[in-house]
Design a protein around this ligand. Structure first.
Ligand code: MEV
Length: 322
């Protein structure tokens, strides 16, 4: 389904963008390998209004230190008029569910609306450039999910599949983003309560990828993601679950799991066909694919284990004005 562009709109503007959950290929996607992810139905809503000075959630103080806002002002806000930016989010911060990508996508879509409207491919590049500049590292998976909604894959031109949405670049690096079919499943994402820091984790894993064992690790990440994509296309839940577990073994090997996340993965049994860390790891969240009809039991098990679980389907639409 092709998403309409963000239309022109005068101030004040309110936009909302969904979070994301990575199923296969996080970290390796930064090195151009395949990734499979979906936008989830937890949203960040961003409102922008005229203001005598720049404000964030009603206060001028936090504006100067907010890297994402500062970068967005510099990169896309050509009118120069100060704004009052208000963000309300249901996505836990630093949870691996894409809260920063959703914030920047909502903000830049709202700014784009005021500046005459913006198409999604342009938005995908702008938002990724801002995230990458503010964070220093990363791929356009999270930002593309917030902008496109639904299920997506990156870098699977060979194995794939659906409509090509856009290609996003950073210097010499490029990532192609495609839409893939919705297998029709409910996923359970559970936040451990341990915040994670994406930048340092991506850097540490990047060092492993640059070492002698890097090529073999990247090949194994890629194989699991492509096999996962195929299993999902065939709506093969059992095989998808097995591959989630295989992806988790790789994430453990590159050091982004955590005893608390392992305990949550264990707590998903026997209600899930598979579970893994989702996102940068080291904290953050896990994702589990429930056995048919066991969604509620799975949520209960994870809550009992001390996590904050969400049963989620895909957010069908990406960022939009509200
Ligand atoms: C973070 O959500 C996913 C990583 O692969 C980093 C990125 O792709 O930007 C760890």
């Amino acid at each position: 389904m092709t998403q309409p562009p963000i239309p022109a709109h005068a101030l004040p503007v309110v936009a909302r963008a969904p979070g994301k959950c990575i199923l296969f290929g996080e970290h390796a996607v930064v090195r151009g390998q395949p990734e499979v992810l979906l936008a989830i139905d937890l949203y960040t809503q961003v409102a922008i209004r005229p203001s005598p000075e720049w404000r964030l959630n009603g206060h001028a103080g936090p504006v100067a230190d907010h890297r994402y806002l500062q970068t967005a002002i510099r990169e896309v806000w050509t009118t120069g008029t100060p704004l009052d930016v208000t963000a309300v989010s249901r996505i836990p911060k630093a949870s691996g569910m894409g809260s920063s990508a959703a914030f920047v996508s909502g903000l830049v879509a709202a700014m784009g609306a005021v500046q005459g409207g913006v198409d999604r491919a342009t938005l995908a590049q702008q938002v990724f450039t801002i995230e990458r500049e503010a964070q220093g590292v990363g791929s356009p998976g999270d930002t593309s999910a917030a902008i496109a909604g639904g299920y997506l894959t990156l870098n699977t031109d060979v194995a794939a599949v659906g409509e090509a949405l856009w290609t996003v670049t950073a210097g010499e690096e490029r990532w192609t983003v495609r839409r893939i079919a919705d297998p029709g499943w409910v996923w359970v994402v559970a936040y451990s309560g341990l915040p994670k820091a994406t930048g340092p984790k991506v850097q540490a894993v990047g060092e492993r990828f640059s070492s002698w064992e890097g090529p073999d690790l990247l090949r194994r990440f890629s194989e699991v993601a492509v096999a996962g994509l195929r299993a999902m296309a065939q709506e093969d839940r059992t095989e998808t679950g097995r591959l989630l577990e295989e992806n988790q073994r790789l994430l453990r090997e590159v050091g982004v799991s955590h005893p608390r996340l392992e305990a949550l993965i264990e707590a998903t049994q026997p209600a899930a066909v598979g579970a893994k860390v989702t996102g940068a790891g080291g904290g953050g969240s896990i994702v589990a694919l429930p056995k048919p009809g066991q969604e509620t039991d799975l949520v209960r098990r994870l809550a009992r284990a001390g996590a904050v679980p969400f049963a989620t389907g895909p957010a069908a639409r990406g960022v939009e004005l509200v």
